[in-house]
Every structure is written in structure tokens, then in C-alpha cells.
Design a protein around this ligand. Structure first.
Ligand SMILES: Cc1cc2nc3c(=O)[nH]c(=O)nc-3n(C[C@H](O)[C@H](O)[C@H](O)COP(=O)(O)OP(=O)(O)OC[C@H]3O[C@@H](n4cnc5c(N)ncnc54)[C@H](O)[C@@H]3O)c2cc1C
Length: 328
């Protein structure tokens, strides 16, 4: 086992997932403590610009596994490809982004490599015994638990998106490619069809700013005022479950316990009461702005900026101001 930290650089269609560059930050920090290197692993079909993008984030080396059969993600094939890279690199720690792909892949790779695993991690260090020591939120963020990995055994952790800022200033990492050879059982899951939800609109898990709406929007058409503000801010549009259940927005935009977990730099909650199940998905946002007619609404307890008012007046006024500031 080396002292190196391996980073799984998730990409789709040759585009690096933003959360992949972010995990280079804790990887660099850990490598500073172990005295090892940060090595990125990029897996896929045509890797396009993803390899250059992870290079720019500042890794020491990049291992690629490129094969037409890896063009679309399947858990079994990616597990075999990543396990092969781990066998080659012999890292001490493997970090993955806690995206849908990372959440699916990490446990499978841990089983294949007989490694210890912690998911959705927000803090990492090397403990006094030399093993990885992490913190992960539990019970919808109401508590957190510390996980100490034994030294001398491969440790795998998935890192919550938007917990760390992506570094930059890299380039010139050594590159190596490994051939892909499928393992027995890889074809138990095969790719059939990719059905994209949400069309061209930014996904809430990838956005720095989210404008989110609740039941009070009253219709799909009324969400247009949120899309206008989102466009002005280059933001994604999210929704409460009540809004999604009512059919105002697809469930792919639902934020919360049974929706997506988001931690953007700015979350603007418009006409959302702040039920505990909604907070579970967005309480980690850096700055929260809430607009609500009810000054007692629970969302105001966690909001940094509270606007008591009618969203149908406040949101268009905000959009106009943002457009003015941006000269649009
Ligand atoms: C097992 C389980 C899982 C759940 N998972 C989720 C989840 O993942 N995500 C989620 O969001 N919910 C989830 N819920 C539902 C949750 O409990 C709430 O019912 C839901 O979040 C309420 O949505 P809302 O805030 O849009 O609606 P409401 O609770 O009806 O709140 C509407 C708010 O809008 C305000 N308002 C009304 N008119 C205006 C106006 N013109 N301008 C400004 N404000 C106005 C009101 O004062 C009110 O605060 C879950 C529930 C359960 C039981």
C-alpha cells in the first residue's frame, strides 16, 4: 500500500462533474499528511475534456480507463474498472464525490476491494493512529458521527458535494492509461436507455445558486417567475415536495429528505414553509434567503436573510434588481 490518495474523477459525456474537482481539495490536504501523491482516475468511453479539467484542479498523476463499453455508466463495469486502478495504484485512501454515481459505485468498490467505507463525508483528516478519520452528518443533519478507519487497510470515502471549493492552478500531471477488461458478472447490469429529466435546465445538485418554490406558487405557470430569477442569477430551480406532488414541477427538482440534498452557496426559498423534511435537503446551504408571507414560518429559523412578503411581488422585484446590477 502506498501513501497516495486516489480521486475518482466522475465524468459524463467527456464533462467532469463539478463535485469531482472539489474533492481534490481534501485529497491534497490528506496527501500533505501522508506524504503521498494525489492521483485522479477517469473512467469512461470518450473522456473528452474531463482529463484536462481534473488536471487543472491540481492532481499529481492521472490514470485513465477508456473503453467503448464504458461510455454509459453501469455500476458493475465501473466497479471493475475502478478496482483495477486501485489494484495498480495501491492507494491508501480512495475519495469519490457523493453524487448519484458515487453513491452507487463506492459500496460496490469497497466490497470488491475488501475496503472500509464511509459515505457522505464532510470532514477528513488522518487520525493519531495513522488511519483516515472522518465526520459525516446523520439523522438529516441533526447530528454527526465520527468514523475512524483502521490504519493499514484501504479506506474509501464519498464526499458530500459543495463541501469543499475546487482548487485550481494545476496542469501537467503525468498521464497513464489502463486497458479495460471486464470481470465475470459485469454484464449482470447492462445499459438500456438514458432518459434525461429536466431537459436543458441546470440540475439542483450541480448549481451554486438555487431558487426554490413551494406549494404557494399554485401552478406550473406561476413557476415562470422563479425561472426568470434563476436565469438572471444563472441558478437552478428547485421545489418542495408539496409543489412536486401537485405537479407544478417534476420530482427531479425536489429538494429534501425524499428528494435531493443540496449545499449551494445561495438557496432562495420562495413560499416554502420549512418543514423538517425540506430542511433535511438544504440546511447545509451556505446562505439561505427565505421569502414568506408568514413571519412565523419555520424556514425563517434557519434563514440568513428573511423577507416577510408576497413572493409574487418580491421575486419579480428581485429579478429586476439582479438584471439591473448585471446590466442585462
Ligand atoms: C416521509 C416524508 C418525506 C418528505 N420529504 C419531503 C422532501 O423531500 N421535500 C419536501 O419539501 N417536503 C417533504 N415532505 C413534505 C413536508 O413535510 C412538507 O409537507 C412540505 O415540505 C411542504 O411544502 P411547502 O413548504 O411547499 O408547502 P406548505 O407547507 O403548504 O407551505 C407553503 C408556505 O408558503 C407560504 N406562502 C403562501 N403564500 C405565499 C406567498 N404569496 N408568498 C410567500 N409565501 C407564501 C405559507 O406561509 C407557507 O409557509 C415529506 C414528508 C414526509 C412525511
Amino acid at each position: 500500500m502506498s501513501n497516495d490518495i486516489l480521486v475518482f474523477a466522475e465524468q459524463r459525456g467527456g464533462k467532469l462533474h463539478p463535485a469531482a474537482a472539489q474533492i481534490v481539495t481534501p485529497a491534497r490536504d490528506l496527501a500533505g499528511k501522508t506524504g503521498g501523491r494525489v492521483i485522479a482516475c477517469v473512467i469512461g468511453g470518450d473522456l473528452g475534456a474531463a482529463v484536462d479539467a481534473i488536471d487543472r484542479a491540481g492532481v499529481d498523476a492521472i490514470v485513465t480507463v477508456s473503453d467503448p463499453s464504458l461510455e454509459q455508466y453501469t455500476a458493475t463495469r465501473y466497479r471493475s474498472a475502478l478496482a483495477a486502478v486501485i489494484a495498480k495504484v495501491q492507494p491508501r485512501i480512495v475519495l469519490l464525490p457523493a453524487t448519484f454515481m458515487g453513491r452507487d459505485l463506492a459500496p460496490r468498490v469497497a466490497v470488491r476491494c475488501n475496503a472500509a467505507l464511509a459515505t457522505d463525508v464532510v470532514e477528513l483528516t488522518i487520525g493519531s493512529g495513522g488511519g483516515l478519520d472522518v465526520r459525516r452528518p446523520v439523522y438529516n443533519g441533526k447530528a454527526s458521527c465520527r468514523v475512524q478507519f483502521p490504519a493499514g487497510r484501504l479506506a474509501i470515502a464519498s464526499i458530500r458535494a459543495n463541501t469543499f471549493a475546487a482548487p485550481g492552478g494545476g496542469g501537467g500531471a503525468a498521464r497513464e492509461s489502463l486497458p479495460f477488461s471486464a470481470a465475470p458478472g459485469d454484464d449482470r447490469a447492462t445499459f438500456k436507455e438514458l432518459a434525461r429529466a429536466g431537459g436543458e435546465v441546470k440540475d439542483v445538485t450541480e448549481a451554486d445558486i438555487i431558487v426554490s418554490g413551494g406549494r404557494s406558487l399554485k401552478s406550473e405557470e406561476n413557476f415562470k417567475i422563479l425561472f426568470d430569477l434563476a436565469k438572471a442569477l444563472d441558478a437552478a430551480v428547485g421545489a418542495s415536495r408539496a409543489a412536486c406532488d401537485a405537479g407544478y414541477q417534476p420530482h427531479s427538482r425536489q429538494v429534501g429528505l425524499t428528494g435531493k440534498t443540496v449545499t449551494p452557496a445561495l438557496y432562495i426559498a420562495c413560499g416554502i414553509s420549512g418543514a423538517i423534511q425540506h430542511l433535511a435537503g438544504m440546511r447545509g446551504s451556505k446562505v439561505i434567503v427565505a421569502i414568506n408571507t408568514d413571519k412565523e414560518a419555520p424556514i425563517f429559523k434557519i434563514a440568513d436573510y428573511c423577507i416577510v412578503g408576497d413572493l409574487f411581488k418580491v421575486v419579480p422585484a428581485l429579478t429586476a434588481e439582479v438584471r439591473k446590477l448585471r446590466g442585462a
